[in-house]
Design a protein around this ligand. Structure first.
Ligand code: HEM
Length: 223
């Protein structure tokens, strides 16, 4: 049956917000892939990861451009996320009840909550490894990123916090990546299954790549 009125999510203002959400999400999803790949150099030993960190810091211009794009993306992503969540809530409160078959998946319903935990994680993570102000026992690791990361993850509480946050990142990415395809009009009936599979695989690859590092430190494989 045709709907009597257009829902808020198909109005031009909402479509604009969804496009901003998708584009900023793509930047952030690309960043985590690059960051995770770089971090896996921990498995190659101190020289590899320390040389990589040194190389990054030896290009301050490019590093600051990347940081600027990242900060803008985080702000844009959070802002449009809040607006879209409020719009969806208002639409649900005012509209007819949604039948069980159209109810959203766990990952889509928990997007605002997984997003908040990821943001809290990011705050802790920056204080931990970028500003080096917490959970490093007041030690000065200088240029030795390898020793800093090993020391940081030798605390089971810190490692567990990272691991749980990465599992929520997996949930957030799985739904987020499939939403990007949806916004771009590429998640049609024919492609829906494949798109969701790609999005879930992407979430798990990122999460497991990151998780492997604190896990390897806890198990004594990296020391
Ligand atoms: C096992 C997981 C992770 C490890 C071992 C790790 C490691 C690091 C290290 C060592 C730095 C400092 C780099 C330096 O200054 O030389 C850093 C910075 C950073 N990390 Fe992570 N990271 C992890 C997960 C994540 C995740 C999941 C995110 C995003 C959700 C993230 C976002 C960032 C950001 C934004 C920076 C600041 C980059 C900059 O200097 O501008 N990290 N990370």
């Amino acid at each position: 049956m045709p709907e009597s009125s257009c829902s808020p999510c198909c109005q031009p203002a909402s479509i604009g917000k969804k496009i901003i959400m998708a584009l900023t999400g793509l930047v952030l999803a690309g960043f985590v892939l690059g960051h995770m790949s770089g971090n896996l150099l921990m498995f190659k030993g101190p020289q590899a990861i320390n040389a990589y960190a040194e190389w990054l810091h030896s290009h301050p211009g490019a590093l600051w451009i990347a940081r600027f794009i990242l900060i803008l993306s985080v702000i844009g992503h959070i802002w449009t996320g809040i607006l879209l969540t409020l719009e969806n809530r208002a639409a649900r409160a005012g509209g007819p009840a949604i039948d069980a078959t159209r109810r959203a998946s766990i990952s889509s319903r928990t997007m605002p909550y997984s997003g908040i935990v990821i943001l809290a994680f990011l705050g802790f993570h920056l204080l931990h490894y970028t500003f080096r102000k917490v959970a490093l026992g007041g030690k000065d690791f200088g240029e030795d990123v390898y020793a800093m990361v090993v020391f940081g993850f030798s605390s089971p509480a810190v490692s567990v916090f990272y691991i749980v946050s990465m599992l929520l990142l997996c949930l957030h990415l799985s739904h987020g990546v499939s939403s990007v395809f949806q916004t771009l009009g590429l998640r049609n009936e024919r492609w829906r299954g494949r798109v969701d599979l790609i999005a879930t695989a992407y979430g798990w690859i990122i999460a497991l790549g990151f998780i492997s590092i604190p896990l390897a430190v806890l198990l004594g494989c990296i020391k």
